[in-house]
Design a protein around this ligand. Structure first.
Ligand code: PLP
Length: 427
């Protein structure tokens, strides 16, 4: 295969060429139709070919495509911030725009650190984050240190500082060998032990995905999990950062996933579906407490990328969110998610399907070699890749996971169609 000058995602796998999209469908160069059953990677929530968003971006581009954010403000970004704030929980009404998920996480880490420095002085010992095993927060050096898919980050470990980690709420394979609810949520309570082990004066923030996405697809927490971690973070003056890059913007049936448990983090990281793929977009939603300290202190967030507060992205965000609200797409995600789950439960009759799980239109399927023992397939069989490529051959695109189970690749995939999906299409 000749890639010309392009460095592709892989020189070894020949990918089909996508040439067109419409609604929940993508079309290849031969005109073959595929159901986009994972919205890219949980991005294309409005589906493909949405002319309203395309027009909003076009109109903005011809009016003002760029004005450097260090010297100019622009109406498009102010408007987009209002839209994002209108769906934000609690007092997370302060919005800083970036171009994607990794940048959102990096921004959250920096604003968290700056908050403590400005609040407590430059000598603030709060320098340590806590994250979880089997999670993914991005592919930059900083976010890889926080966590990540083991196979993807292994070669780079000498480049970053490993963040302390606690075990995830992986009930199907409880890391403590316990069973919910008699476990008393040991996974959540282990956060307190870790904070005490490190010393609360050193711990800056706990970072976690409300529903795990790309490492252990669709892993949703027990209902008590987030309220417990919120309480622990508050008790020890540790910030709670919710990585809603995948789960946010209606994906799980509410604007943000933490809304399911009425938990208000200190920072939410959002990206992916924010502009539904019509422009690279991301943001952090920041609590008033943090912003007040910055405002009363240095007066500026010591951070900034060239494409921060980009007008074209802002137009895409505003249009996306307005359509989502007008068309009730968060509610649609909740209702269609139940229908999808009903169908996925039928897969449990297949001998290699170990578990189906998730929330709203973010569902995961875990594949096992032995249902009774839950033993995964040997890593070299690449079972998830085989299943997902077989789905693609049959016209359905799903998203393979890259988690690790007892040191070997765990096989799972995400099913997460666009939020515009209808009952008929699910059925
Ligand atoms: N956080 C989560 C939970 C993600 O799933 C991802 C990407 O898949 C990221 C962060 C990184 O986002 P991006 O790929 O836009 O940098």
């Amino acid at each position: 295969m000749d890639f010309g000058k392009l460095i592709p995602r892989s020189y070894k796998n020949e990918l089909r060429k996508a040439v067109r999209g419409e609604g929940i469908y993508l079309y290849d160069e031969d005109g073959r139709e595929f159901i986009d059953g994972c919205s890219g990677a949980l991005i294309s929530s409005l589906g493909h070919g949405n002319k309203e968003v395309a027009k909003a971006v076009y109109d903005q581009l011809v009016k003002l495509e760029f004005a450097h954010p260090s010297r100019w403000r622009n109406d498009a970004t102010l408007e987009a911030a209002e839209e994002v704030a209108s769906i934000a929980p609690g007092d997370l009404k302060n919005v800083w725009f970036v171009s994607g998920g990794s940048e959102a996480i990096e921004s959250a880490l920096k604003i968290a650190r700056q908050y403590f420095v400005e609040r407590d002085g430059k000598g603030s010992g709060k320098t340590t984050f806590i994250a979880r095993w089997n999670s993914y927060h991005g592919s930059t050096i900083g976010t890889m240190g926080l966590a990540g898919s083991m196979p993807r980050r292994r070669d780079f470990t000498p480049l970053f500082q490993e963040t302390p980690k606690i075990q995830p709420h992986y009930c199907y394979r409880c890391p403590y060998g316990q069973t919910y609810p008699s476990c008393d949520l040991r996974c959540a309570r282990s956060l307190e032990n870790e904070i005490l082990r490190l010393g609360p004066e050193r711990v800056l923030a706990f970072v976690a995905e409300p529903v795990v996405g790309s490492t252990v697809g669709g892993l949703h927490p027990p209902v008590e999990y987030w309220p417990i971690v919120r309480e622990i973070c508050t008790k020890y003056d540790v910030l709670l950062i919710a990585d809603e890059v995948m789960t946010g913007i209606g994906r799980t049936g509410k604007a943000f996933c933490v809304n399911h448990w009425d938990v208000i983090p200190d920072i939410i990281c959002s990206a992916k579906a924010m502009a539904s793929g019509y422009s690279p977009a991301g943001a952090i939603l920041v609590s008033q407490k943090l912003v007040d300290v910055l405002k009363g202190g240095s007066g500026a967030f010591q951070h900034g990328h060239t494409y921060n507060a980009n007008p074209a992205t802002a137009a895409a965000v505003t249009a996306t969110l307005r359509i989502m609200k007008r068309d009730g797409l968060f509610e649609n995600a909740a209702a269609r998610g139940e229908e999808l789950m009903k169908g996925l439960r039928e897969l449990m009759d297949i001998p290699i399907v170990g578990e189906v799980r998730g929330m709203g239109l973010m569902r995961g399927v875990e594949i096992v070699a032995d249902k009774a023992t839950k033993a995964p397939f040997p890593a070299k069989t690449k079972a998830a890749a085989v299943v997902t490529s077989c789905c693609m051959d049959h016209g359905l695109v799903v998203y393979p996971g890259t988690g690790m189970i007892s040191g070997v690749a765990g096989d799972q995939f995400l099913v997460a169609p666009p939020l515009i999906v209808t009952s008929e299409q699910i059925g």
